[in-house]
Ligand binder design. Structure first.
Ligand code: CO
Length: 217
């Protein structure tokens, strides 16, 4: 079993390996970061943002919380988004959820876990909004997968509707918002189809994506 002090040993090994392969790696990175992508993902330990998309430190700006939720009053998430868009000027904001998400599952099963129930209430709201599509799926695993997907779509929509992204689009800044989902079983990322780069694209893109769920229901 890995003990807490082992983490220092692992860190030294990692630092040595990086220095050997790229001697100027840390010097360069310590001077500035210029990531082109903001990743908003789940805190789940099995979904490490950089590794999944094969990116090195410096290439991905990351915000993670339980079940990759974007709430309009969450100053933490909004500050990350604002800094990424206004200062770093990222080209893409990716909301990436994952199948088998524990947070989504707890919401679906109405499990009582304490304080976090208040956070997960946002996913219960997604469930409520899309009750017909979710309830039409009978198998429990597929029902969970469906709600995981719909949660990503709703959170990506929330990103589009933030003042940060709306203001960026209004001044002509190029920012593309994406909705992705990661499979724990195969390590693959799938595009859920809500890709928006302009205010006027929101409604048609959202309509197209939701039509797929309505067809299934
Ligand atoms: Co999760």
């Amino acid at each position: 079993m890995t003990e807490i002090h082992d983490l220092f040993a692992r860190n030294r090994t990692w630092s040595e390996v990086v220095r050997k392969t790229q001697p100027d790696f840390f010097t360069k990175l310590s001077q500035q970061q210029s990531p082109r992508f903001l990743w908003i993902g789940c805190s789940d330990s099995r979904v490490p943002a950089n590794e999944i998309v094969g990116m090195l430190p410096g290439e991905l700006f990351v915000h993670r919380n339980v079940a990759n939720v974007v709430v309009h009053t969450d100053l933490n998430c909004l500050s990350v988004l604002q800094y990424a868009v206004d200062v770093l000027k990222v080209d893409h904001v990716i909301v990436c959820g994952h199948y088998g998400c524990g947070g989504v599952q707890a919401s679906l099963e109405r499990r009582k876990l304490g304080l976090i129930d208040n956070w997960l209430r946002h996913i219960r709201d997604v469930h409520h909004k899309h009750a017909i599509a979710v309830e039409a799926v009978l198998a429990p695993v597929e029902k969970l997968d469906t709600l995981c997907e719909l949660n990503v779509i709703e959170q990506a929509l929330n990103v589009c509707q933030t003042t940060v992204v709306q203001d960026a689009w209004a001044r002509g800044q190029q920012v593309q918002v994406h909705s992705w989902i990661y499979g724990l079983k195969d390590g693959l990322v799938k595009d859920l189809g809500l890709n928006v780069g302009k205010q006027e694209e929101i409604t048609p893109a959202y309509g197209r994506v939701l039509a797929r769920y309505r067809a299934k229901a």
